[in-house]
Design a protein around this ligand. Structure first.
Ligand code: C5P
Length: 401
């Protein structure tokens, strides 16, 4: 899918550098040509020999090496690529990029390039959270530098927090997105629901739930990165619309259902939204007023349509693959199996949203994929990594038919 696309990979010094070796392998598997710059720090973590062996090219390390400059100057190096990827991107290299410092081959190539740049930061969580790093990241974002991660989790230094380099699969996904190179889901139409729904009580009040939309949005982005034609139907969330796909904004469950229906036929529908089970039957056309001495108003609830079940049972319009979520706080697997049967979908992604799981609004998710055949238990993963794996799994399922 990345046949003939040229990636300049800059590996700077961090323990995450070992993951860049896997990234090289995955890029090569997809047909990309990978050329690597290894900084002095990077060479403390991975050897030039392994980088050269995996990339199938020499490794560029020193601005002042006459041979390198004669064969391939830093200008050519940075321009003869379709995309420059910095993984891991240390706090130091991000700072140099923000300030325009060019004191080694990596920073010089970054200053000289006219190509899109993607950074995958990796550092200790205090360093990532530091105002200086955050200011540098904001500066780079303002200049159109693309970023993937960092993810939250256990860090090599023993601390826990944000700063772990994005997984190779997630970086690859962003690379594919930026290079727009077809993908295993090219020609596949996908619809993803995400976020909560708001059910109006009156024009100013509503009933909602704690969905952030992070997982659903990440799934939509991951499917798009694999080349799918994606429509994201999103309830109200505080997230930006993902790049490379169409987002339809809705508020209520009924609006969400109508938007999804309008997108059928589709090959795959993923219902990741936390749709409100009930809507307000006695919605007031005007703001309900407090009246001294009067009892509080009674809100009458009525069931909402079930979007997942409706899509799964849509005669003549049923997608080839329908995926639902089961957010449970107890009896996770039993409830999920039951849901698979009741709703008629093909897969249920079960996740624990009990208070101590940190799933709602958090960056990580531990899921179980349940289909007619059985259960797959996935490890605790960043939501973008869950999305990347799910998108790959969807590509396999649709390709296998
Ligand atoms: O029944 P429950 O809400 O637990 O089911 C969760 C799954 O069903 C999720 O995939 C959710 O997006 C979907 N759902 C839906 N419409 C509803 C309720 C749930 O699509 N009204």
């Amino acid at each position: 899918m990345l046949d003939g696309r040229r990636v300049l990979l800059i590996i700077s010094g961090g323990i995450a550098a070992y993951k860049s070796l896997e990234l090289i392998r995955r890029l090569k598997d997809r047909g990309a040509a990978v050329r690597c710059i290894l900084t002095k720090g990077g060479a403390q973590f991975v050897t030039p020999l392994s980088v050269a062996a995996l990339s199938g090219d020499k490794v560029y390390q020193d601005t002042f090496s006459l041979t390198d400059e004669a064969e391939m100057g830093h200008i050519r190096l940075s321009r003869e690529a379709d995309l420059v990827v910095v993984a891991p991107a240390t706090a130091n290299l991000l700072a140099k990029m923000a300030a325009g410092i060019a004191d080694d081959l990596a920073s010089t190539a970054l200053l000289a390039t006219d190509k899109p740049v993607l950074v995958a930061p990796a550092m200790n969580t205090m360093m990532w959270d530091h105002v200086a790093t955050q200011a540098n990241v904001a500066t780079l974002a303002g200049r159109g530098i693309h970023r993937v991660g960092p993810a939250a989790g256990d860090l090599a230094c023993g601390e826990v927090g944000s700063g772990r380099m994005a997984e190779p699969a997630a970086i690859l996904e962003r690379i594919a997105e930026l290079l727009g190179g077809g993908g295993p889901l090219a020609g596949v139409k996908a619809v993803v629901t995400s976020g909560p729904t708001f059910e109006a009580i009156d024009p100013v009040r509503y009933i909602a739930n704690r969905s952030s939309g992070k997982q659903g949005h990440a799934i939509a982005a991951a499917l798009a990165a694999l080349g799918a034609d994606v429509t994201l139907v999103s309830g109200p969330v505080a997230l930006d619309d993902p790049a490379g796909l169409r987002t339809i904004h809705v508020e209520s469950a009924v609006q969400m259902l109508n938007a999804v229906r309008g997108e059928l036929p589709a090959d795959v529908v993923v219902c990741a939204a936390a749709v409100a089970d009930w809507t307000v039957a006695n919605r007031a056309p005007h703001k309900r007023k407090k009246q001294a001495g009067a009892p509080p108003p009674v809100i009458e609830l009525a069931p909402n349509p079930d979007i997942l079940a409706t899509v799964s049972k849509a005669a003549g319009l049923r997608p080839r693959l329908v995926v639902g979520f089961a957010a449970e706080t107890e009896r996770l697997l039993d409830n999920a199996r039951d849901k698979l049967a009741r709703k008629g979908c093909d897969w249920i992604i079960a996740n624990d949203v009990s208070e101590d799981s940190g799933t709602f609004g958090g960056d990580a998710n531990r899921i179980h994929l349940i289909d007619a055949e059985g259960i797959e238990d996935w490890p605790l993963l960043d939501k973008t990594e869950v999305a990347a794996r799910l998108a790959a799994r969807i590509a396999t399922a649709l390709g296998a038919e």
